[in-house]
Design a protein around this ligand. Structure first.
Ligand SMILES: Cc1ncc(COP(=O)(O)O)c(C=O)c1O
Length: 369
């Protein structure tokens, strides 16, 4: 019996940095800076530099960062935000949290990202922002979206939760919009040992307000200028992320190796394979293949010890929680097809060539039947 290949091997990643994690966690236990603190401040500096941005504000999750990103733009009740139906639901939570309404636009079949050609039709006088996602680590097509933003005087917020270090036309994503938001959920390319997120921006006033909002709306203790939140990053997470950030580029290189190998080995299967656009340097958060018999293929992989997952089985316009928006099946056919056919294969830096070959063999086996 061959060993199982997990869909994601977090224990292997943690083992590879365990000594350094133990040391920084022990240091935090000694200095007891559990909320924000010096390690979080240092990580904010390091991550801003990594993104080529002036400011990074640490949060307790990517969802919180996205919420604050829309508050910084004063988006509120009655407003609309254009976004993608093919994403993790938290992208839309941010819109709902400020009392605004998500307005979805279909995706581009090749990249799974918001289709720039469809955005203008969705703009109304109530539109207050455009918030696409760099899905699966692949940048969205930023230039045409920025051109629309400029034409209609709309701010852009990048949901960069899955795309730490990805590049668009040679430049690291994260500073194209007014702000961008990252998640450090443990399964992300850069993950905390718990929850974490960040808002990155070149706008000093936004950064200052974001810092206040994450800390109960205050800059001076017990004086609260506006209603705020407890959205602080924990000190231990700042310390952990500081350690892991040093490994991120190396891990991304390994993810690229894995993706290249899958693409070689699966080229002659009936699967629709993910592709990298000419202008993109994806960081392969996920390697998502598509096939009409996705559910059977998933069962076959699992029965043969290969982990896999669905990102995402139901597009947001068809989620129960958004039924009141009035969308129906058929409104966004490209996203609906992607949701029905997508399958995420194991993708992480530690995957060995033998494991990749095994995944490919099991996939090929399915099509031989
Ligand atoms: C695209 C996207 N946006 C937002 C989030 C929310 O991030 P978090 O889980 O850190 O709140 C996630 C991840 O979970 C995500 O994948």
């Amino acid at each position: 019996m061959t060993d199982k290949i997990p869909y994601f091997d977090l224990p292997a990643q943690i083992r590879s940095v365990r000594k350094d994690l133990d040391a920084v966690i022990a240091k935090t236990l000694d200095n007891t800076s559990f909320c924000l603190g010096p390690d979080t401040a240092q990580f904010e500096k390091d991550f801003a530099k990594y993104c080529g941005a002036e400011h990074c504000v640490g949060f307790n999750s990517g969802t919180s960062a996205l919420h604050i990103a829309l508050m910084l733009l004063n988006v509120g009740p009655g407003d609309e935000v254009i976004s993608t139906p093919m994403t993790f639901v938290a992208t839309s939570w941010a819109i709902s949290y400020v009392g605004a309404q998500p307005v979805y636009v279909d995706i581009d079949d090749a990249t799974f990202n918001l289709d720039p050609n469809l955005i203008e039709k969705a703009i109304t006088p109530r539109t207050k922002a455009i918030m696409p996602v760099h899905l699966y680590g692949h940048p969205f097509d930023i230039d045409p979206i920025l051109a629309i933003c400029r034409k209609h005087k709309l701010p852009l917020v990048e949901d960069a939760a899955q795309a730490h270090g990805a590049k668009y036309k040679g430049k690291t994503i994260g500073t194209f919009g007014e702000s961008s938001c990252f998640s450090f959920y443990p399964g992300k390319n850069l993950g905390a040992c718990g929850e974490g997120g960040a808002l990155v921006t070149n706008n000093g006033a936004y950064a200052a307000r974001a810092r206040a909002l994450r800390e109960h709306g205050s800059t001076v203790r017990y004086y609260h200028d506006e209603v705020g939140f407890n959205y602080r990053m924990e000190g231990i997470q700042g310390a952990v992320l500081g350690v892991k950030l040093k490994h991120l580029d190396k891990w991304t290189t390994e993810r690229r190796r894995v993706a290249k190998r899958y693409t070689e080995l699966l080229a002659d299967t009936p699967l629709q394979l993910p592709r990298q656009a000419d202008w993109a340097e994806t960081v392969w958060h996920l390697y998502v293949v598509r096939h009409p018999k996705r559910d059977d293929l998933k069962k076959h992989l699992e029965a043969n010890g290969v982990g896999c997952a669905l990102h995402y089985p139901v597009p947001l316009h068809l989620q129960k929680c958004y039924a009141s928006l009035g969308y129906k099946g058929g409104d966004f056919p490209v996203a609906e097809k992607a949701a029905a056919q997508c399958l995420s294969l194991p993708m992480y830096a530690e995957l060995t060539d033998a494991q990749i070959q095994r995944v490919a063999e099991v996939v090929k086996d399915f099509f031989k039947k």
